[in-house]
Design a protein around this ligand. Structure first.
Ligand code: BDR
Ligand code: CA
Length: 307
């Protein structure tokens, strides 16, 4: 049976892939959006765009338009000003089901058993839901998030964007006591990269969605090439989806992970306790390795399946 999930996202090129992949691999009860890669009105429009383009009947609920404490920050260098720069932008005809993502998370978790939360943007919505309705923490089957890193960050030497963008929310989630917390950080997501060959294959496919995704990937890859000299671009957010639907593809290590909120040099750092013999009680299944070829095939199949 497909896992029931709420996908909390800030599309974003790799979030767009996560939407298509989740729709194929999971029972997506709702998509919730958050300010992150772009301002909230754009991330919401982008989620609606992806659903409309792929013919997905999934309600989209808009959420937090700013982090809990720090000012909002976006990622135009990676995703453009719209959050989904690259292809010509089709007009969107559908509207968000509500502007209450937090309420949607709370009511969905209260009324359905075994729901996974899959946040692939800043953790603001999830933290607000846990703060407003602490009873849902023990009801969620688990949280599988894209964020953090064991090792270097991408926004600062020590911090990854999703955690850095709302460190206080991330700290609430990592300290929540959820029965399962899976972390796909940069150390993992940089093992799942997509390059020119896959882009060409998608374009050759001829379908509307693969062609649109190929144009998105061109923009996304060009950014990684320019900024980091990479010839293939990391598929960060799909990793958090696969960690729920295909955990057998991953190697996880049980670790204690906490988030630095204040550090002058280390705001948003995920502090992973890797000390040999540490007595810290693990709160997180940290992903260390992934079966890359299988995961990449699943992504390509998912994009193609939406035609
Ligand atoms: C994360 O930040 C965003 O730019 C991506 O969508 C991903 O969720 C990677 O650091
Ligand atoms: Ca994202």
């Amino acid at each position: 049976m497909s896992p029931k999930i709420i996908l909390d996202c800030d599309p974003g090129h790799d979030d767009a892939v996560a939407i298509l992949l989740a729709a194929r691999e999971c029972d997506v009860l709702a998509i919730t959006t958050v300010s992150g890669n772009a301002p909230l009105h754009l991330t919401t429009a982008n989620a609606l765009l992806m659903c409309e383009l792929a013919g997905l009947d999934i309600p989209v609920h808009a959420g937090a338009d700013c982090p809990l404490v720090v000012p909002a920050a976006h990622a135009p260098r990676a995703h453009g000003e719209t959050g989904l720069d690259g292809p010509p932008r089709p007009s969107v005809h559908t509207e968000a089901a509500s502007a209450d993502a937090v309420g949607c998370i709370i009511s969905t978790v209260r009324t359905h058993d075994d729901v996974w939360l899959v946040p692939v943007g800043p953790l603001t919505n999830v933290a607000l839901a846990f703060r407003q309705a602490p009873d849902i923490v023990e009801r969620v089957a688990g949280i599988s998030l894209m964020g953090g890193a064991v090792g270097p960050g991408n926004v600062t030497p020590s911090a990854e964007f999703n955690i850095w963008a709302d460190p206080h929310a991330a700290q609430i989630v990592f300290r929540s006591g959820a029965q399962v917390l899976r972390m796909a950080g940069l150390n993992l997501t940089h093992q799942l990269c997509l390059g020119a060959e896959v882009i060409a294959a998608l374009r050759a496919d001829g379908g509307t969605v693969p062609a649109f995704m190929a144009d998105l990937f061109d923009f996304y890859l060009a950014g990684y090439r320019e900024r980091a000299g990479l010839e293939a671009a990391p598929m960060h957010d799909p990793c958090a989806v696969l960690a729920v639907s295909r955990p057998e593809l991953f190697t996880f290590g049980a670790r204690h992970v906490d988030v630095e909120t204040e550090g002058g040099l280390t705001r948003g750092m995920t502090v992973v306790d890797e000390r040999p013999g540490t007595e810290a009680v693990p709160n997180c299944e940290v992903a260390y390795a992934i079966d890359t070829p299988t995961a990449l095939d699943l992504i390509v199949d998912a994009v193609r399946s939406h035609g």
